[in-house]
Write a protein that binds this ligand. Structure first.
Ligand code: NAD
Length: 271
């Protein structure tokens, strides 16, 4: 029950009814007898400046998870940013310091890596392909480079985005070979769909790569999707038929909870 003494965290975005963080965090706070609660805030864009101002003065608010469409715009309002949030100009979590300063980070990539590690994947010296270079794909690509991949291919419908992310990764990770999508997927250790392709699709719905290229998958490649609904996207269903291990979007989302909570100072890193 929320009481006068309850400390708060929030998730802010619009729309917000579909997000799972409040139920996941509130269950954890209850199970661990923490007098903390998470609120879901559906924020109108015109109220963004006022929201940031209120956040600074909101003394029982510890922090805020950020979702679409505010991940980029809120990065501009932080007092300080982690190196990766600065490089990607994107935040998905904010900590409010006791003096009201706001600090931002983006931990989508860490959540992705936690989920992959849980099934035995190590990024060190591996070769990966990330499809989709938007907010989530860029964060995953950045974390894969931080974790030591030797080669990373990136693919997007927008060549401009591929070029921009490629330049940024080459600058920050000169030892990693940054490539375009290869002609064959064989030999890759990891293929990730970080585009929205497959969202709300049926079994035979669209995939983010042509079927002929998907046929080149070999069964040693970990195939992952960030899309959370359906849990098994057409892309993952295809990979499973090819005998590949798979990782789902909800697995990534759950594996990120500790990173979000820890950054806001309300949970340990691993929950
Ligand atoms: P975004 O709009 O910032 O980026 C999506 C990118 O995908 C764009 O650059 C777009 O050009 C590209 N794209 C679209 N179709 C493509 C295709 N056929 N081939 C290659 N690239 C293509 O979106 P985002 O914020 O990065 O979110 C992407 C997905 O991640 C959404 O479905 C979102 O729901 C999901 N998501 C999952 C989690 C999780 O924890 N699992 C967390 C956040 C977001």
């Amino acid at each position: 029950m929320i009481q006068g003494s309850t400390e708060l965290v929030a998730i802010v975005g619009s729309p917000i009814a579909q997000v799972k963080s409040p139920e996941n965090f509130n269950r954890w706070f209850t199970d661990h007898q923490q007098n903390i609660a998470m609120l879901a805030i559906d924020l109108q864009h015109s109220a963004l400046q006022d929201f940031v101002k209120a956040l600074r003065g909101w003394q029982n608010m510890r922090g805020c998870v950020v979702t679409v469409p505010y991940k980029q715009v809120l990065a501009s309002h932080m007092d300080s940013l982690s190196d990766r949030a600065k490089a990607l100009h994107c935040v998905n979590v904010i900590r409010r310091e006791p003096d009201g300063r706001l600090v931002g980070d983006i931990v989508d990539g860490e959540g992705f890596l936690n989920a992959a590690r849980a099934q035995g994947f190590s990024a060190q010296n591996k070769q990966a392909l990330v499809i989709g270079t938007g907010g989530v794909g860029s964060a995953i690509a950045y974390s894969l480079c931080e974790a030591g991949v030797s080669r990373l291919a990136i693919n997007d419908l927008s060549q401009e985005r591929v070029e921009a992310l490629g330049n940024l990764l080459r600058r920050d990770f000169p030892d990693v070979v940054i490539d375009l999508c290869p002609a064959s997927l064989s030999g890759l250790d990891l293929v990730v769909n970080a585009s929205p392709v497959g969202m709300d699709a049926s079994d035979d719905g669209p995939m983010p790569l042509p079927a002929a290229l998907m046929e080149t998958l070999t069964s040693t490649t970990l195939v992952a999707d960030v899309v959370t609904s359906p849990v098994i996207t057409p892309f993952l269903a295809f990979a499973r038929r090819m005998g590949c291990p798979i990782q789902t979007g909800p697995q990534m989302a759950l594996a990120q909870l500790g990173n979000l909570g820890h950054f806001m100072g309300v949970t340990p890193l691993q929950i």
